[in-house]
Ligand binder design. Structure first.
Ligand code: PLP
Length: 393
């Protein structure tokens, strides 16, 4: 059996989530219908909304279901921008240099529509440069989007401080929290009190179905829909709801809480255990001469992004795959590109070293034995690749 070390890309559907979804895949479930089938579907959608809200400290009315994190990011940024028109007095959008493409490419598209895009710099640890952020905000700004935790490095931004600065200038602040759900405490109420007005989530990072997510937002925000239709989601997202996927998202959120209670009792699968696995992994990577990116910033417990000088990341990922370890290369989050990760380049990592980047993202079901076996296999592969390179030189 292969060991799955790519939980930031996606997670397997939890069998309990599948069980919750199945009836809604088999029945007629249009949540807008007035008859009993429709009412039953509507009830399921609304109780899933409560489950998601509860998991992230939001009010159910603040949860808007989308087709995933990508759509939630697009809706926040495009939807906010659509409520305003770029004008000489207010035409700047600020994002960080390490955003997921769902934010970065959306912001770049808005630049083509006349907005000024200001990309705030990060330091060598992947943390936003506060001075640069403050300078950026000296220009009147229409909206800000800075992610809470990075999908590649796992680095956690100080969103509370950033949003506080935005709040003092009444600038809407969106955060992409897709990688945070289930990996760190998320409380929208306190984030919102500190100035965060919108937050993106995705179901498939927590054992829920793909193609499902949510934008959690402060209802005082003027967000315009991206798609018009039958008035679903209070007119903010036209289109018949994907009831089964919504139910799955709700179930996955509820399981986050239940499993946390369970692990406190049994000591299994807890955040502390995942952290222990990552600490062991990183000690081994250091011992083999590896460089760990963002190592000195606050990071998600499960994520380790590293490289070995002179070793190509793609080649190493393929070699590890043949040895039954599923890990990601540095470009995994940017479609099929083999270019060095823009996140690493923004952190000032040398392009050649960035080409070697490999990401391990741990999750439910991973064990210490897998990590130790991985380190052994990694050592063997590195020796083999270096011998091969020496022969080719
Ligand atoms: C930080 C971040 N934002 C957005 C997304 C997109 O989410 P989805 O796959 O649900 O569209 C991802 C997915 O990897 C992500 O890691």
């Amino acid at each position: 059996m292969a060991a799955y070390f790519d939980h930031n890309a996606t997670t397997p559907l939890d069998p309990r989530v599948l069980q919750a979804m199945l009836p809604y895949m088999q029945q007629a479930t249009n949540a807008s219908s007035r008859h009993s089938f429709g009412r039953h579907a509507r009830q399921a959608v609304e109780s899933a909304r409560e489950q998601v809200a509860l998991a992230v400290g939001a009010h159910p009315t603040q949860v808007l279901f989308t087709s995933g994190g990508t759509e939630a990011d697009n809706l926040a940024i495009q939807g906010l921008a659509a409520a305003l028109k770029p004008s000489p007095a207010l035409n700047q959008i600020v994002v960080s240099a390490v955003e997921h493409p769902a934010v970065m490419k959306t912001a770049q598209m808005l630049r083509r529509q006349g907005w000024q895009l200001r990309v705030a710099a990060v330091d060598a640890n992947g943390l936003l440069d506060m001075d640069d952020f403050r300078i950026a905000l000296q220009t009147p700004t229409a909206l800000i989007s800075v992610m809470l935790a990075n999908n590649e490095t796992g680095v956690i931004q100080d969103v509370a401080t950033l949003a506080g600065l935005a709040k003092s200038q009444k600038i809407p602040f969106h955060t992409d929290a897709v990688q945070c759900l289930g990996k760190m405490a998320l409380d929208f109420a306190s984030l919102n009190a500190g100035g965060v007005q919108a937050m993106s989530l995705s179901a498939h990072k927590i054992g829920g179905p793909q193609g499902m997510g949510a934008l959690v937002f402060d209802k005082r925000l003027d967000i315009r829909p991206l798609q018009y239709g039958g008035g679903q989601e209070k007119g903010l997202r036209g289109g018949s709801e994907n009831v089964a996927a919504i139910v799955g998202f709700g179930a996955a959120c509820e399981l986050l809480g239940l499993d946390k209670q369970g692990s406190a009792n049994t000591g299994s699968d807890s955040a502390e255990n995942i952290n222990e696995l990552r600490v062991t992994l990183e000690a081994g990577i250091h011992a083999l001469g590896g460089v760990i990116f963002g190592e000195h910033g606050p990071r998600l417990n499960n994520t380790s992004f590293f490289a070995f000088p002179e070793v190509d990341g793609e080649t190493l990922v393929m070699a590890l795959d043949r040895a039954n370890f599923a890990v990601a290369s540095g470009s995994a989050c940017s479609s099929d590109s083999t270019d060095p990760s823009p996140v690493l380049l923004a952190m000032g990592v040398d392009a050649k070293l960035a080409q070697g980047a490999v990401r391990v993202s741990l999750g439910k079901g991973n064990s210490m034995q897998e990590v130790l076996e991985f380190l052994q296999v990694l050592q063997g592969q590195l020796v083999r690749m270096k011998q091969f390179m020496a022969m080719a030189a």
